[in-house]
Design a protein around this ligand. Structure first.
Ligand SMILES: Cc1ncc(C[n+]2csc(CCOP(=O)(O)OP(=O)(O)O)c2C)c(N)n1
Ligand code: SF4
Length: 283
């Protein structure tokens, strides 16, 4: 049985006080609670502070290009759907550069669990505005304030009928651990937006700012009700809901592809001679 020590990776190079530390610790605790061994999953990421996450864990990892974790994660799942696949991204990485990939991964319902460290800035590149930055926020490269409207990833996901839509907060590890466990248990694409203070470049959305606003979605809430989920996803401001906002049981992409139904691609036999003959037709 894996222990926290088995997951120890490189020493993190994040700023002291960064919300990423708590996410990393909590994620490792959830893996141990779930009884997962490091060889049973792969974490894919792109570029950014959040995207360094897999370096700090001992497991299978793949660093893609900025915003490109989901196409790699999709390929991995299609090649081997017995492997659990996580994707970790920043809000800039995933909602900005990778927005198009996110939309199609949700639509196709690839069974990948995506964790977005949403600090509402581009942290690694020193605090430019990201898609989730509040309109009007003054940043170093936007001295007159952000002109674009803030993206609402939860509402976007509900609109696209994403299979599992949840939000958590790095300052509430117990909550985050339960959401990680639920996402792992869920069959289908999971978007978990994690509110994460960036203490160096986001002076608005601080630990305190979140503590005053986040509240737990009540236990009697029904995440299967899409209309109610849409209403809940629109809540942002004085009160910010955390928990599972929406869940459905659509078939995942892997379940809909007959060629990999019986066994994953990596376990199928391949006739190389036949493949060469086919390729020769295109010479
Ligand atoms: C296509 C592309 N655009 C921009 C960059 C520069 N870049 C590298 S990291 C980064 C910021 C990452 O911000 P975010 O994804 O929000 O993650 P954080 O660092 O805040 O965790 C940017 C803009 C890049 N490497 N590639
Ligand atoms: S810049 Fe922000 S997101 Fe990056 S390590 Fe520092 S506090 Fe964390």
């Amino acid at each position: 049985m894996a222990t926290l020590d088995d997951y120890k990776g490189q020493t993190p190079a994040w700023c002291p006080g960064c919300g990423n530390f708590s996410i990393l610790r909590t994620f490792k605790e959830a893996l141990v609670e779930l009884g997962l061994e490091p060889h049973q999953f792969t974490i894919v990421s792109g570029i950014g502070q959040a995207a360094k996450f897999p370096h700090y864990l001992k497991c299978n990892t793949f660093n893609g290009l900025h915003g490109r974790s989901l196409p790699v994660a999709t390929g991995l799942r299609l090649a081997n759907h017995e492997m659990l696949v996580f994707a970790v991204a920043g809000d800039g990485d995933c909602y900005g550069e990778g927005g198009n990939h996110l939309m199609h991964a949700m639509r196709k319902n690839v069974n990948v669990k995506l964790f977005v460290h949403d600090n509402q800035v581009y942290g690694l590149t020193k605090g430019q505005a990201s898609p989730t930055t509040h309109e009007g926020t003054v940043t170093k490269n936007m001295p007159f304030g952000v002109f674009s409207e803030q993206l609402n990833p939860m509402a976007l996901a509900v609109a696209l009928d994403c299979s599992f839509v949840a939000r958590s907060f790095s300052g509430d590890p117990e909550h985050l651990r339960s959401i990680v466990r639920e996402a792992v248990a869920h069959k289908g694409f999971c978007l978990v937006d994690i509110l994460q203070p960036c203490v160096s470049f986001n002076k608005l959305n601080t630990h305190e700012w979140y503590r005053q606003r986040v509240y737990h979605i009540e236990p009697e809430y029904d995440p299967a009700d899409r209309v109610k989920a849409f209403e809940r996803s629109l809540e942002w401001g004085d009160r910010i809901p955390i928990g599972v906002i929406y869940r459905n049981s659509r078939l995942s992409l892997e379940e809909r592809i007959p060629m990999i139904h019986e066994r994953p691609l990596v376990k199928q036999s391949h006739d190389i001679a036949k493949l060469c003959d086919i390729l020769k037709e295109f010479y």
